[in-house]
Design a binder for this molecule. Sequence first.
Ligand SMILES: Nc1ncnc2c1ncn2[C@@H]1O[C@H](COP(=O)(O)OP(=O)(O)OP(=O)(O)O)[C@@H](O)[C@H]1O
Ligand SMILES: [Mg+2]
Length: 323
Amino acid sequence: MEQFVFFGGKGGVGKTTVSSAYALKCAEAGLDTLVVSTDPAHSTSDVFDQDFGDEPTAVEGREGLWAMEIDPDEEVERHMGEIRRRMNEQVSAAIVNEIDRQIELAHRTPGAYEAALFDRFIEVMRNADDYDRVVFDTSPTGGTLRLLALPDFLEGWIERLVEKRAKSVDLFEKAAIGDKEARRKIDEDPLIAHLQGRKAKFEFAGRALREDAAFFLVLNPDELSIRETERAVAEMAEQDLEVEGFVVNKVTPAPDDDEQGRGATWLRDRVETERERIDEIRREFDEPVVAEIESRVREVKGDLLAAVADELAIDTEPAPAEA
Ligand SMILES: Nc1ncnc2c1ncn2[C@@H]1O[C@H](COP(=O)(O)OP(=O)(O)OP(=O)(O)O)[C@@H](O)[C@H]1O
Ligand SMILES: [Mg+2]
């Protein structure tokens, strides 16, 4: 299995549960594992009954397991502050207020939220050398995936900018400060450096997601969930990202044969409907169903987590060492 493993899926299907269970499974197999969640509701903290923040923290009583929770709102705030700071350095005070207003507006769009979060994901992936496996309890979708095209787009932009700057440095400064100095000025240009930094960052992200990451989608055995999953698979395919398998969660357990009465009848009907949906999942998608996890009576945490981990047929083998 690749170093980075993502569990995507629509709201409430069980991403955090399945990610935590898989991370536990990896840790128990002897891998140093980090589970990263982006849930504003802090569900990873619920699962392990321990508070986690923005930095990896060892999970108590679980050897080799660390967890962190990225708060998307904080991430957007930070992103916004960063852009503002850079703007303030480069434009006159007169237009800073207007820019502030624009930035504020831009960050209210859902895309900005995703973008800020994705930036943080990239940072986590870039600094993951200490871990054999990093498990993300969400997967990039729509707008975020389109950010992967950014390096190509920035490439042309940077080239044109460098050319322009080189020309102006040439004209106005070469005579006064000499050739060497002029070159140094272009290299130090903060705007070009920033764009080059962005480009390198997203290039890394594209490579890491295509070469070092595996994607699983979590879904429930119902029509809506299946349709959403079809969309997610198509979106990922557009960016050359392949889903490795599906985790069907919250599957209703069947009653024993001798059980009678309304409750048992309801359960049997429900089980049959879900069976049809699971058959549909197996039929319609190319990749395998790697787990069917039954609905538990209670939230999945504590000992239940290990039981769910056992039901996941996803290997934990470490990624092969790089050549
Ligand atoms: N197999 C299961 N049996 C019983 N409860 C489950 C099961 N799987 C998940 N749950 C419960 O369902 C709720 C939602 O699960 P979870 O938080 O894992 O979903 P999620 O996809 O991460 O949600 P969100 O999109 O809000 O982040 C939780 O209370 C969790 O304990
Ligand atoms: Mg969650």
